[in-house]
Design a protein around this ligand. Structure first.
Ligand SMILES: *Cc1c(COP(=O)(O)O)cnc(C)c1O
Length: 359
């Protein structure tokens, strides 16, 4: 029996996606490819809630996270930091040679819109990075409030990572004025790793046109020029695109609103279980993200032992904490294709593993 992954990425991939991915290769400049690309665009735009083009990149999300900075930041970038991924984005900005400044919050806290306003008011920035759902801490920042602040500064291009929130709830890209909204394949979309997606505003492309050292692989203008022809700049991971087409068809069949409702319901089922066991979330409850729960390990569960039991007896695993939170928190994903039935099975398995430790 294969191992079911309740770590927050990569997560379990369905048989229907794997089957779709095993279709024969075709040339990436062929009519068949153009048809595949163009068939997916309206579905992607609807999911991104945007009129902007959605570019497909053969890379993990970090490719686009780095690429966005190289495309739109010249003067300075404000990196909003409240966990492992957002902290690393600051480091990546510096490694790209960008004038970067950190706006730090404690891990488990949200990014504070008032602090964003104070920082942007200095006039030092032409770009901002924000992680909507900080996967390392299970924290969802108030994107509408933050974007309302960012819109007060028309020179600032916004780059928003939605890797663990995309398609778990509505993110109104155009309404909120997000310039670059990006995500990856292996988390909320439940595809294998290796593909990332970004919806990019005309404003962001106009900025890119003023920047000379954008490189090639993640150049927004290259993406756009090829997009107009129904293509990607270089040979993409065609198998993953077959998988994406399958996934988009499934999302359409389920209905986006139903998908959001399912994620909320399953997320709350796991939360309720955790609260009954005496655990609290790391973030305040109202800021817990929808695709996973990050619990504080206040009852000192031996997480390695728990996972060994979950694996041996139930063929599944959860996550024992990310980076400096290892052992101090545990995270349980409900992203992707989970159902009431699979989450009930997970909870029964967790009960078994915990009871072995007297919890
Ligand atoms: C996983 C994750 C990333 C990095 O994704 P890669 O696929 O490893 O590049 C970035 N941001 C968030 C919020 C994530 O959860």
């Amino acid at each position: 029996m294969s191992l079911r992954l309740y770590i927050p990425g990569p997560i379990t991939v369905s048989d229907s996606v794997f089957k779709a991915m095993s279709q024969p290769m075709m040339g990436h400049r062929s009519k068949g490819f153009v048809a595949l690309y163009q068939e997916m665009q309206p579905k992607l735009q609807s999911l991104f809630r945007t009129q902007d083009p959605v570019y497909l990149s053969t890379s993990s999300a970090w490719g686009l996270m780095e690429g966005a900075l190289r495309n739109v930041c010249q003067k300075g970038v404000l990196n909003c930091m409240n966990g492992a991924f957002s902290d690393k984005w600051f480091d990546v900005a510096k490694r790209c040679g960008k004038p970067a400044e950190a706006l730090r919050s404690e891990w488990g806290q949200i990014v504070d819109p008032t602090a964003v306003r104070a920082a942007l008011s200095t006039g030092k920035f032409d770009a901002i990075t924000l992680i909507h759902s900080e996967t390392s801490t299970g924290t969802l920042s108030p994107i509408a409030e933050i974007m309302a602040v960012v819109r007060e500064f028309p020179d600032v291009i916004s780059i928003v990572d939605s890797v663990s929130s995309f398609s778990t709830l509505a993110i109104e890209k155009d309404k909120l004025g997000i310039d670059i909204l990006l995500t990856g394949s292996q988390k909320a979309l439940a595809l294998p790793p290796g593909l990332s997606l970004q919806a990019v505003s005309e404003r962001a492309r106009a900025r890119a046109a003023t920047i000379t050292d954008r490189g090639y692989y993640f150049d927004l203008l290259e993406f756009h020029e090829n997009h107009l022809k129904g293509m990607t700049p270089s040979t993409p991971c065609i198998s993953l695109l077959y998988g994406l087409r399958q996934k988009l068809t499934e999302i359409e069949a389920e209905g986006a609103e139903n998908r959001f409702a399912r994620h909320l319901r399953l997320n709350e089922a796991v939360r309720t279980w955790g609260f009954q066991k005496g655990f609290e979330l790391l973030p305040k409850r109202e800021f817990g993200t929808r695709g996973l729960n990050c619990f504080q390990n206040t009852r000192n569960v031996d997480l390695e032992k728990l996972n060994a039991t979950l694996k041996a007896r139930h063929s599944l695993i959860i996550d024992g904490g990310y980076g400096k939170l290892k052992g101090k928190t545990f995270r349980i994903s409900n992203m992707g294709d989970e159902t009431d039935a699979t989450i009930a099975t997970l909870i029964a398995a967790l009960d078994d593993g915990m009871s072995e430790q007297g919890i």
